[in-house]
Every structure is written in structure tokens, then in C-alpha cells.
Design a protein around this ligand. Structure first.
Ligand SMILES: Nc1ncnc2c1ncn2[C@@H]1O[C@H](COP(=O)(O)OP(=O)(O)O)[C@@H](O)[C@H]1O
Ligand SMILES: [Mg+2]
Length: 364
């Protein structure tokens, strides 16, 4: 059992509070990704779990054990860092086995463990090479190998793919997921990259200024962001936001944006947003939900400033009234910069947030 549990954990550096009381439970065998902008406290949280940083207050448990004040070596966590932290003068085999050697493990056992890790990570052909003779991806695999041989209760990854080029990053994403499936070990993985978080995690924890904004599986985050921060952070290109007001209108609900755009809110959506009637709200609509043309759909007028052809579809980037707006349009479209287009909005995909609090009105 290697559940990880943080109860009211805080961290201050001197007088600066970086993590306000944080509660987080990571289930046994779960793959959880902590994601958020740079400086939001991801590394600090991970290092507190590892014991490399002492929590200022609160309690950390791994499995049944209270590890809050335990030193790192006794927590049975293995951490993989962004910069690999390999020993340059040692071979791959020596790097992977080094921790075991330090602990006095018999040589035969080290060899078996190293061979096993090398097989899992496809490093068999490189065991006698020095790190300098490896590619970035191979070095990262060695760093992971070193974590594997310790047979930890919990793997902690801190931005392990950030130093790799885009193509390799995508390959390593899959490798780490397969590794998780094979090893069945709890993983806490930190990244600032929301795509990495969405593609890898069982559950994504979105952090902002030390706080958890929302923790959910990737599809729930995408479909039902709890607030403007999560809505803007998850998804690429980012969700469009248009400010306006919700008004009761003839038994229904209408969203009125500055500049005169009025969008009838479908009954199914309206029942969830009644709390926002008469208030300033922000309409959120993802670029990928602007392409389905249904004669019944409302439209929003977009002045196009630029066109980005991506192959499968094209992005039209411009403004809807005063708001920046990106619409996904068909690749075959002849829309050009400086055109004005009427962009259809799928009303079922509209999100509404209270402007005053940023909280979602419709949280399915
Ligand atoms: N050793 C430290 N001393 C002082 N401030 C620190 C220290 N480590 C991190 N911080 C601060 O704590 C905040 C969170 O940092 P960090 O956990 O590294 O964020 P992230 O990993 O999400 O980018 C930042 O404002 C950072 O400057
Ligand atoms: Mg960090």
C-alpha cells in the first residue's frame, strides 16, 4: 500500500508562505500529475513528499507511515530530476547500480537489478557507455533506471522531459506511461506542460500559487473546469473568453456581450446558470467548438487578424468585440487576414464564469 497523503501541509521559506494549507490524497498505484505555471509550488510539494524539503506544518503519510519528519533515505521514494543528475565518470551500469552499491548490496544482486532495469528501459546495449556517449532520451532512461532499481513505494518525477526535444518528449511520455502500467507503482509527476499532464495522468492536480484549483481526471478538467484559471490553463489553443452579462429574456436566458452580441442560452444550459442572471459573467468557448455549422447555432463576429494553417484544420486569430478570439475553421476555408467572419458557437459547449469570483456557473 503506497497511498500518499498530505494533510494541511504548508511551506514557508523564511517569511514567505509558498504553500498555504494543502490537502491531497494520491491513491495507491495512481499516476498523478501536478501541473501549473512556473513558481506555483510543484517542485516544493514534490520535495516535501521526498523529504528533501521539510514541511513547515502539517502531516505527510506514505502508506501507513507518518513520514513528516523522516529523512529522505527512509521514505522509500525515488526521485527523477529534470537534469538527470548522472555521474559523468561512471558507466550506465554503474550509474544505475550506484545507490545499491552505497547501501552495501551484494554485487550479484546489483547486477541482477541493473540487468532487469536495463531490459525494461531498453538500455541493454549501452550498459558500458558513459553518459556523454548517450542521447538525451537515453540519459533520461538511465536516470529512471536508477529510480527503478530501488523498488520504491513511490516514484517522484520533476519535469523529467523538459530537456528533451519535442519528438522525443512525446515518445518518452508513452514510455513512462507503459512503465507505470508494468511496475504498478504510485507516481507523482510534476510538469508545467498541460499537454503532458493531460496525456499522462490518471488524475491531474492543477496548482496556482501553492493552492489546488482543481483535481480531476483529464476529461473532467477539459469539459468542466471549475474556474477561469483552470479553463484558461487546460486546452490548446486556450479557451476564448468574452465578457458580458446574463439576462432573463422572455422566459429564457440571454448572454449579452459588450458590442451588442446576444446569444440565447439553450434551456439545458440555462438551468445551471440562473445564479448568474443579472450579473457580469465571462463566456468561455473553446476554439475547437466553433466549427460545427448548424443553422440553429448563434454566431459571434470575429475580425480576423491572422491565419494559422495547422493541416487538419486552420486557426483564425482575431477579436470578437474587445476580446481576443481564436476560431477553428476548415482547412479548405478561404478566410484571409482582415476578413470579418461569423463564427458559429455550439451552445452546448458554452461555459459561464462569474466575473466577480471566476467560479464556473455551470459545473457539470
Ligand atoms: N529554497 C527556496 N528558498 C526560497 N524560496 C524558494 C525556495 N524554493 C522555492 N522557492 C519559491 O517557492 C515558490 C515555488 O517554487 P517551486 O516549488 O520551485 O515552483 P514550481 O516547481 O511550481 O515552478 C517560488 O516562488 C520560489 O521562488
Ligand atoms: Mg519546479
Amino acid at each position: 500500500m503506497s497511498q500518499v497523503r498530505l494533510d494541511q501541509v504548508t511551506k514557508s521559506f523564511g517569511s514567505v508562505a509558498v504553500i498555504p494549507p494543502l490537502d491531497l490524497v494520491i491513491a495507491d498505484k495512481e499516476f498523478v500529475v501536478l501541473v501549473g505555471p512556473s513558481g506555483c509550488g510543484k517542485t516544493t510539494t514534490l520535495r516535501m513528499i521526498a523529504g528533501l524539503e521539510q514541511a513547515t506544518s502539517g502531516e505527510i503519510r506514505i502508506g501507513e507511515r507518518d513520514v513528516t519528519t523522516l529523512r529522505p533515505g527512509l521514505r522509500n521514494c525515488s526521485m527523477v530530476f529534470q537534469n538527470y543528475a548522472l555521474y559523468p565518470h561512471m558507466t550506465v551500469a554503474e550509474n544505475i547500480g550506484y545507490g545499491m552499491k552505497v547501501r552495501g548490496t551484494p554485487k550479484a544482486d546489483i547486477n541482477t537489478a541493473v540487468a532487469n532495469a536495463a531490459r525494461i528501459l531498453n538500455l541493454g546495449a549501452y550498459l558500458n557507455r558513459k553518459p556523454s556517449a548517450l542521447s538525451g532520451g537515453q540519459r533520461q532512461r538511465v536516470a529512471i533506471g536508477r529510480a527503478i532499481v530501488r523498488q520504491p513505494d513511490v516514484f517522484l518525477f520533476d519535469e523529467p522531459l523538459s530537456n528533451l526535444d519535442a519528438k522525443l518528449r512525446i515518445e518518452m511520455r508513452t514510455e513512462i506511461k507503459l512503465l507505470h502500467r508494468r511496475l504498478q507503482t504510485t507516481i507523482v509527476y510534476v510538469t508545467h506542460d498541460q499537454v503532458e499532464a493531460m496525456t499522462m495522468a490518471d488524475r491531474v492536480v492543477v496548482m496556482n500559487q501553492g493552492r489546488i484549483e482543481q483535481a480531476a481526471d483529464p476529461i473532467t478538467l477539459y469539459e468542466s473546469p471549475k474556474n477561469l484559471f483552470v479553463a484558461a490553463f487546460i486546452g490548446a489553443p486556450s479557451m476564448n473568453f468574452v465578457e458580458g452579462r446574463l439576462e432573463a429574456d422572455d422566459g429564457g436566458v440571454v448572454f449579452r456581450a459588450e458590442g451588442g452580441v446576444a446569444i440565447a442560452v439553450p434551456a439545458r444550459v440555462a438551468e445551471h446558470v440562473s445564479a448568474g442572471i443579472g450579473q457580469a459573467v465571462v463566456l468561455g468557448i473553446r476554439p475547437e467548438h466553433t466549427m460545427t455549422v448548424d443553422p440553429a447555432f448563434p454566431t459571434i463576429r470575429v475580425e480576423v487578424a491572422d491565419i494559422e494553417p495547422l493541416g487538419p484544420h486552420t486557426l483564425a486569430i482575431g477579436k470578437a468585440g474587445a476580446s481576443a478570439f481564436t476560431a477553428q475553421i476548415h482547412a479548405a476555408s478561404r478566410v484571409r487576414p482582415e476578413d470579418t467572419i461569423e463564427v458559429p458557437i455550439d451552445p452546448e459547449k458554452m461555459h459561464f464564469f462569474l466575473k466577480s469570483t471566476g467560479e464556473a456557473l455551470k459545473h457539470r
